[in-house]
Design a protein around this ligand. Structure first.
Ligand SMILES: [Zn+2]
Ligand SMILES: [Zn+2]
Length: 238
């Protein structure tokens, strides 16, 4: 955290250097990201991602959308609009917050975005099957996504029973665990562990971790079998 000198922020362990939360998903034919954080540009450069087919959004909070402008590099090399998939609430926010990209007369070089409004129906993005899952971020409906046996849920602190059933049977889940103390709109470490155990998912990684949670090394040691802290650059291959 900017200007913080707590024992996590001054740690020299690479796993304590956390950029904002997003994931990149790659199949044989398709590459997509879930969310474009303020760190999106650096994340794509760091991982040397030469091609991107689509962006899926979870919700319109700034830490999940702010990096969208930088997809224009992919517009330039791929010579086509970037496919954006999001619920209508998020699409409305994108049109507000990136109004210049949707203006009638556009400044040259602004991102070229093709907006696809999605609801809870399953869809295909390239060859990747996507099942949207609606979760609650205090009172905001946020989309999680199940992609085959993998489920990604960020920015949630509650999931209705019917939506939970969509997650059940996943082999791997990535879910948010902000810190140990209660928070109004994010799962705590304990709540996230409970969710994983309740859904009987064998492997879990926690994301959207605050510096308040503690150092990676100390927290990782305390977690039940099969449950891990995620970290920047983590790759899951299946
Ligand atoms: Zn949020
Ligand atoms: Zn967030």
């Amino acid at each position: 955290m900017i200007a913080c000198s707590c024992h996590v922020c001054i740690s020299t362990d690479k796993k304590d250097k956390r950029l904002r939360s997003s994931i990149l998903v790659q199949s044989d034919k398709t590459t997509l990201v879930v969310d474009t954080t303020p760190d999106f540009r650096y994340q794509m450069l760091r991982e040397n991602i030469k091609h991107l087919d689509a962006v899926l959004f979870t919700h319109p909070h700034k830490d999940h959308i702010a990096g969208l402008d930088d997809v224009r590099a992919y517009n330039f090399f791929q010579e086509q609009p970037m496919q954006i998939f999001a619920n209508q609430m998020t699409i409305d926010a994108l049109m507000r917050e990136f109004a210049y990209a949707f203006a009638d007369k556009k400044y040259p070089g602004v991102p070229n975005l093709e907006l696809n409004s999605i609801a809870l129906d399953p869809l295909m993005i390239g060859d990747i099957p996507v099942i949207p899952i609606q979760v609650w971020h205090l009172k905001m409906p946020v989309y999680g996504f199940r992609l085959g046996k993998f489920t990604y849920i960020t920015d949630a602190n509650r999931i209705d029973a019917a939506e939970k059933e969509k997650i059940r049977g996943s082999e791997i889940i990535v879910v948010n665990a902000l810190r140990k103390e209660k928070h109004i709109s994010h799962y705590t470490l304990e709540e996230a562990i409970e969710l994983v155990q309740d859904l009987e998912i064998p492997t879990a990684y926690f994301t959207h971790i605050s510096h308040q949670l503690g150092r990676h090394e100390e927290i990782e040691k305390s977690l039940p079998e099969g449950i891990h802290l995620g970290y920047d650059g983590l790759q899951i291959i299946s």
